[in-house]
Design a protein. Structure first.
Length: 213
């Protein structure tokens, strides 16, 4: 796969305005990135700019804490799809996972997957807040729920992607589910390391720099 097709070109800062979102979309179009990842309020803007291109519109659900109700995540996902999102990155309920309530986590992912249907669902587990055992359990939840990707991080917590976590996630979910590494990937070396560890998508705000060196 060409390097540019790994990239979800991302702008999720709360202070990002329309001009920045347009710039990210234009860069993604120019470089044929896999997607742009934007906050839900910008879905329609991105969908308009990217119509007829090979760049998908990706948005985030239950972001960045994951601690809202399942019903609110489902509504958010349905609304995102209606507005033009083609991929959805949701945050799991981290507290429930840490409490050992794996069934809750699985059921919630399943409910959001049902809401997005055939569209791609990526599940953010926020690895920096989890033990190795919890990463494995989160991976099993993602697998059992039928999601398409497991993703390391929001980029808004205490840390980002680590190659060792990507490797562990890939080992856990197997061949049918892909891994997205995100959070702090700003150099080509870091990107290559994540891909070598098993990542098939890279979430970054440094997409142009990464492919152009």
């Amino acid at each position: 796969m060409e390097l540019n097709r790994y990239i979800d070109h991302t702008i999720l800062k709360p202070e990002a305005g329309k001009e920045q979102v347009i710039k990210i979309c234009e860069e993604a179009k120019e470089n044929h990135f896999a997607s742009v990842c934007i906050n839900p309020c910008w879905i329609e803007t991105a969908a308009e700019i990217l119509a007829g291109t090979d760049v998908k519109v990706c948005t985030v659900i239950g972001f960045p804490l994951g601690a809202m109700t399942t019903e609110s995540k489902v509504f958010e996902a349905q609304d995102a799809v209606k507005k033009g999102a083609e991929e959805v990155d949701m945050v799991i309920n981290i507290g429930r996972l840490k409490d050992g309530d794996d069934q809750y986590v699985t059921d919630e992912i399943k409910a959001v997957k049902e809401a997005v249907g055939d569209l791609v669902l990526k599940v953010i587990i926020e690895t920096c807040l989890l033990t190795k055992d919890e990463i494995v359990r989160a991976g099993i939840c993602v697998k059992n729920a039928g999601a398409d990707f497991i993703k390391t991080s929001t980029g808004f917590s205490t840390g980002g992607a680590k190659a060792e976590d990507v490797r562990l996630m890939k080992e856990t979910v197997g061949e049918n589910i892909k891994v997205k590494a995100a959070g702090g990937i700003r150099t080509r070396e870091a990107m290559d390391e994540m891909i070598a560890a098993g990542a098939e998508r890279i979430g970054t705000s440094s997409g142009v720099k990464l492919i152009k060196g």
